[in-house]
Design a protein around this ligand. Structure first.
Ligand code: C2E
Ligand code: CA
Ligand code: CA
Length: 260
């Protein structure tokens, strides 16, 4: 399938057929190596059996106005799957959801997040990923404040790349900075990446913000990141994104055996 050129009617049909599947990837606390939460990542399960990654359709979903509906569907399915293992989850299990500025501006989406903020065990984190620089209007600013007051946290995704710029730290009540995997993957071989990670950890520490390293694939990277003081680790080393049911099955085992 050609990147992002799928027709709006095909996407709509896929949505109503339930072809979009929520996947969860564990996020591990660096202090005790237990799973503290997960990131929600969508996959398109085509009727042919092919599994299409999000980079092929997310932009198209947004441009055709279907991202709200997609996000609501996968978020609801993830929350109901996690609710089934509710008793095993620690209080405040963090569920990180990728959002865009346009989604944040949707009243329906913020209402849904406010309702989820009432959930006993699940603590929602909204990860901002965006391609265009954006300035917050008054209404979005109010929505962000209401969400934040209700306990919904915000993360800056892909920090250090694209438009995830420093000025966001001034405009958003940011609780987490996610350092892009390009820095993590070069951290042992390249001083620049190491210094960037080090500096972000220091900056985040001064601002009272937690850091998350993405794309962690080896024990050597874990050792280096822990020595630099990174708070959370995410990557194939700890687990690939899995269907919600698989994630839930493996969760208890992870917690008791202190993965990996
Ligand atoms: P992201 O938010 O930066 O998500 C992390 C991506 O890195 C995921 O790719 C994940 O599978 C991949 N990854 C995780 N650990 C490792 C690792 O150790 N090594 C490597 N090489 N990769 C790793 P994925 O699932 O293909 O998602 C790509 C992007 O699509 C995401 O990047 C996010 O921006 C977007 N996306 C995914 N799901 C959603 C969604 O439900 N809504 C929106 N708006 N965007 C989504
Ligand atoms: Ca993300
Ligand atoms: Ca990212």
């Amino acid at each position: 399938m050609e990147n992002n050129f799928v027709s709006a009617s095909r996407l709509m049909r896929a949505l109503s057929n339930g072809e979009f599947e929520p996947y969860l990837q564990p996020i591990v606390s660096a202090s005790d190596l237990t799973v503290s939460g997960a990131e929600l990542l969508v996959r398109w399960h085509m009727p042919t059996g092919e599994i299409i990654p999000p980079s092929y359709f997310i932009n198209r979903m947004e441009s055709t106005g279907l991202l709200l509906s997609l996000t609501e569907k996968i978020l609801n399915r993830a929350v109901s799957g996690l609710s089934e293992i509710k008793s095993m989850l620690p209080r405040g299990f963090r569920l990180a959801v990728n959002v865009t500025p346009s989604l944040l501006a949707e009243r329906e989406f913020t209402q849904m997040c406010l309702a989820l903020a009432e959930h006993d065990n699940i603590h929602l984190i909204l990860e901002l990923t965006e391609l265009q620089p954006f300035s917050m209007d008054r209404q979005t600013e109010d929505k962000v404040s209401r969400l934040s007051d209700a306990g919904v946290a915000f993360a800056l995704d892909d920090f250090g790349t694209g438009c995830s710029v420093l000025s966001y730290l001034k405009h958003f009540p940011v609780s987490y900075i996610k350092m892009d995997k390009s820095f993590i993957q070069d951290i042992l071989s390249e001083k620049t990446s190491q210094y960037i990670v080090e500096s972000v950890v220091v900056l985040a520490g001064k601002l009272g913000i937690n850091t998350v390293a993405e794309g962690v694939e080896t024990q050597e990277q874990v050792t280096c990141l822990c020595s630099l003081g990174v708070d959370y680790l995410q990557g194939f080393y700890y687990g690939r994104p899995e269907k919600v049911v698989t994630f839930c099955c493996e969760y208890n085992q992870h917690q008791t055996s202190k993965i990996p």
